[in-house]
Design a protein around this ligand. Structure first.
Ligand SMILES: [Zn+2]
Ligand SMILES: [Zn+2]
Length: 375
């Protein structure tokens, strides 16, 4: 403990040896402020006037954040030039001062307190809606940057038109990170389910390139109906984060709903079942008897060879309906990620497979997704 006498001599010593501003004194002594007038702030041995620029820094933060970001909570962090700490350490070592608040903490506390008052928003140390970083350079120049916490939303889509790919190829300039060339979307265009949803979400939230987690995938020529295919999308640095209503996207190609409430992406891999209608063409005529044999597949487990791994997927139900001599429709309820084309053709040692059961070389020429259910 420092006694009154020691405190007095420390005070004298500090004042004799160093020019310090009221903030830099107050970190070392619990005495009244103001040895230096405001004009002298720049001569402060430790901060060289930085602590006199709090309102200026707050102004820069407001410029960066206000009317740009929608937030309830924030956090401010800072990087100061190392020589500020060196000068503070030098004084503390010489005068044997220990365990006092650092200039960084004092600066941050002042900035956070002032910004709370101005914005009526709250500091959150764990999950702030927006993180603000104040970088002070060697010449005391101030750079402010802000970034919003990633927002994850859930949605599902129906595909009404054939020929639209589910996923969009990446922008060749930035390989998906987002650049001026792709308007920050990270995509090569907007002609896909991913492209259409990305465009709408970026317009609404002003985020950077969204990242999708799809619950399964389909062919470019597949339709998706029923409740639609679920997906999750992560939006980095969204300027708008509180959606009042669900977002409905209705174009000639798709209908998608994105829920206004934020979600978490479930543990990967996401378990789901898919109901698929498959149009099958056979090399020769198929009889009703051949198709009845397909009932063997109810509750069967199918083995797929993927490189040197065997993947098993379960079929829950299967129904076959003859359309004409060499065409029939299969309605299949099976585990998600079921490789339809291999299952029909029997390629790559897929077992059991449709070709073998009906005794005829078969091929899937089109398949549509009737429903996707997450488990
Ligand atoms: Zn100072
Ligand atoms: Zn790009």
């Amino acid at each position: 403990m420092v006694n009154a006498h020691q405190r007095q001599s420390l005070k004298l010593e500090l004042r004799k040896r160093y020019n310090l501003c009221s903030y830099c004194i107050s970190r070392h002594l619990t005495v009244g402020r103001g040895r230096l007038s405001d004009d002298d702030f720049d001569r402060c041995f430790i901060c060289c006037g930085l602590m006199n620029r709090l309102d200026f820094i707050i102004g820069r933060i407001e410029e960066t954040v206000k009317e740009v970001y929608e937030f309830d909570t924030f956090l401010i962090g800072t990087i100061l030039p190392p020589d500020i700490y060196e000068r503070e350490d030098q004084i503390r070592a010489r005068l044997k001062i220990r365990g006092k608040e650092s200039i960084k903490n004092q600066l941050l506390n002042e900035l956070r307190r002032k910004f709370e008052i101005i914005t009526k928003k709250k500091v959150d140390y764990l999950l702030p809606d927006v993180s603000i970083s104040v970088a002070v350079g060697n010449g005391m120049e101030v750079n402010v940057a802000a970034k919003a916490r990633t927002l994850t939303l859930a949605g599902h889509y129906i595909k009404k038109q054939r020929g639209l790919p589910q996923k969009q190829t990446k922008c060749t300039q930035c390989e998906g990170r987002g650049c001026g060339f792709c308007n920050n979307s990270g995509l090569s265009g907007y002609r896909s389910v991913e492209g259409i949803i990305t465009h709408q979400l970026m317009c609404l939230t002003k985020s950077n390139a969204p990242r999708f987690s799809w619950v399964g995938s389909e062919d470019q020529n597949s339709l998706v109906s029923g409740e639609g295919r679920p997906f999750f999308v992560r939006l980095s640095d969204p300027k708008v984060r509180f959606l009042r209503n669900n977002l409905n996207i209705d174009t000639p190609e798709i209908y998608a709903v994105i829920e206004a409430r934020p979600k978490c992406v479930p543990q990967s891999p996401i378990r789901f079942l898919t109901k698929t209608k498959i149009l099958v063409e056979s090399a020769n005529t198929i009889t009703e008897n051949n198709l009845e044999d397909l009932n063997l597949l109810n509750n069967a487990t199918v083995q797929f060879q993927n490189k040197d791994k065997i993947i098993t997927k379960k079929i829950y139900s299967v129904e076959a309906r003859k359309i004409k001599d060499n065409r029939f429709e299969l309605t299949l309820l099976a585990d998600g990620g079921f490789a339809i084309k291999k299952f029909v053709s029997g390629l790559q040692n897929t077992s059991p497979n449709v070709s073998k059961i009906v005794g005829n070389k078969c091929e899937s020429i089109l398949f549509d997704i009737s429903d996707v259910n997450m488990q």
